[in-house]
Design a protein around this ligand. Sequence first.
Ligand code: ZN
Length: 76
Amino acid sequence: MECKLCGSTKFRVSRLRVPDFAELIFFEYPVRCRVCYKREFVNIFTAFRIRRADKRRHAEERRRKKMEQANSARPA
Ligand SMILES: [Zn+2]
């Protein structure tokens, strides 16, 4: 999928608002473009895929930070 505004393919799952529940009935879920921050609705399965990828990325970042901390804490 691509952003309608800037053509970016990087999205993150947006926070749900009350009016979004009307869209959920049609299996649409809000996501936000990482480049231009435009909010769009996508198929809920696409949104879940984005969320899964996001979680994986976060876990990786945490792991990397931990490693860096462990390395810097080690006496030279
Ligand atoms: Zn965009």
